[in-house]
Ligand binder design. Structure first.
Ligand code: AMP
Ligand code: ZN
Length: 475
């Protein structure tokens, strides 16, 4: 069964065939490191992680490159406004380098907490200025650029298929109504390759170039770094859907103009997270970081939640949905512990001897494996894959050891730590707090009971009220 992926280029699910047998070149646009990543960003990185894991599960060797944007991304997605790094540096009274170092470290902590596997290469834009200047030189030589007072611009009218990825209405844009024009720009869709530092102004980050001191435009880094690490054309390029109309459209334009081909064969985009059905923005007060979630939940509850929706559907996050994801994850861990407690330790041997009953079990295991692969290979149908996990857990015939074998294998893609399940009982202090809380609860003193629940949670345990009494599970 081949892997199928929805390719934004064709707006179709396509069979994935790599350029080189057994290998995949994969580039994902990483975070702009001027602030903490929000959970929308993290959802995108999670879907990319699932894609990478799915490819590896299918036996591919994946070269996965992710960039850190630490220069050039302006507050608007166009060419106006302040550089986001400068904004962050000013806010915190630090240098741009310090800001980038700090938020790169924060991002890596978030990624690790969410079991997002580190890429093969992290590429930081400011470490590739030489390569970016070289790319502008190539474009200049090929006649795709022009100079304005603001910088070196890419002339999008020189490419006949500009905007194909986003299906941009170029004629409509030419009317000029929707995009603010930068003085000297020939076409509304033209974009900066190199921004010049205006005379009398001192930027926090600038470099010398053949056109004058300045900094690279936002899109340039991805074309230069992907070409350097993955070649002029590679297999998969991914990001969030907001990147389609400007950033990815311009990456394609630069790479096509410089190297004669679309840099990636499959462009894969993840949908947005909404918070309480609204777009996330700092000004709305619904800007949620993983740190905020982790105060109440296991970060992997967020990972679990993202698996319940298809990556091409919007995911509406509410505290209730996180609560439900946490309960489901706890149940999953509890089931795994129960399986571990009852499974036959001689399962590998029993499989070798294989009597009639075992042979039947082996057959069922193989069928479940096929179904799992069918779901994940079908454009990452994780909601179905997750439903299968529960089906297996509730299977009345399959022996515990067979279930464990399957789920541990699936966890290579799910990344929910199912392979790390340990049977642990709560320490005496936690049990005492839970007992005290139960007394408050029975006396309907909800305030005190909630207070203790939070205290227990802060110590890494969750209390769940069941008909049999309070149940403690490790967060
Ligand atoms: P940025 O740090 O803004 O460069 O974005 C990093 C990644 O997060 C990009 O792939 C964006 O497309 C993605 N992204 C931004 N906002 C959201 C959101 N609300 N939901 C999902 N992905 C997002
Ligand atoms: Zn990019």
């Amino acid at each position: 069964m081949p892997i199928k992926l929805f390719n934004t280029l064709t707006r179709q699910k396509e069979v994935f065939t790599p350029l080189r047998k057994g290998c995949v070149g994969f580039y994902a646009c990483g975070p702009t490191v001027y602030d903490y990543a929000h959970i929308g960003n993290l959802r995108t990185f999670l879907f990319e992680d699932i894609l990478r894991r799915t490819l590896e599960y299918n036996g591919y060797s994946v070269k996965y490159v992710m960039n850190f944007t630490d220069v050039g991304h302006l507050v608007s997605d166009g060419d106006e406004g302040e550089d986001k790094m400068t904004k962050g540096a000013r806010r915190e009274n630090k240098s741009a380098r310090e800001i980038a170092d700090f938020y790169i470290a924060a991002f890596k902590r978030d990624a690790a907490a969410l079991n997002i596997l580190p890429p093969t290469i992290y590429a930081r834009a400011t470490d590739y200025i030489k390569e970016q200047i070289a790319l502008v030189k190539v474009l200049e030589k090929k006649g795709f650029t022009y100079l304005t007072d603001d910088g070196v611009y890419f002339d999008t009218s020189k490419l006949s298929d500009y905007g194909q990825l986003a299906k941009l209405d170029i004629e409509g844009l030419k009317a000029g109504a929707r995009i603010e024009q930068v003085a000297g720009k020939k076409n509304p869709t033209d974009f900066a390759l190199w921004k010049l530092m205006p005379p009398g102004v001192k930027w926090l980050q600038s470099w010398k170039s053949p056109w004058g001191t300045g900094c690279p435009g936002w899109h340039l880094e991805c074309s230069a770094m992907s070409q350097k690490h993955l070649g002029a054309q590679f297999d998969i390029h991914a990001g969030g859907i907001d990147l389609i109309p400007v950033h990815h459209t311009n990456e394609i334009a630069q790479s096509e103009a410089a190297y004669g081909q679309n840099p990636a064969r499959y462009w894969v985009h993840g949908e947005f997270i909404l918070v309480d059905n609204a777009k996330m923005a700092k000004s709305l007060g619904n800007f949620i970081t993983l740190e905020k979630i982790s105060a109440k939940f296991n970060p992997l509850a967020f990972r679990y939640l993202t698996l319940t929706a298809h990556y091409r559907s919007q995911l509406n996050l509410t505290w209730e949905s996180l609560d439900a994801a946490q309960s489901a994850l706890n149940n999953l861990y509890q089931k795994m512990r129960e399986l571990k407690g009852i499974m036959n330790p001689f399962w590998p041997l029993i499989k070798l001897i294989a009597g009639k009953k075992t042979k039947d079990a082996i057959k069922i295991i193989a069928q479940y494996e096929d179904s799992f692969r069918e779901y994940i290979d079908d454009d990452l149908n994780m909601p179905e894959a997750l439903a299968l996990v529960w089906k297996i857990l509730n299977d009345a015939i399959l022996p515990a050891a067979g279930k464990m074998e399957l789920l541990k294998k699936f966890d290579k893609v799910l990344g929910l730590d199912l392979d790390k399940i340990k049977i642990i009982s709560p320490p005496a202090g936690i049990k005492k707090m839970a007992a005290e809380r139960e007394v408050f609860r029975q006396n309907k003193d909800w305030a005190k009971s909630d207070e203790l629940r939070d205290k227990i949670a802060a110590n890494g345990w969750l209390v769940e009220d069941t008909p049999q009494g309070p149940k403690l599970t490790k967060k």
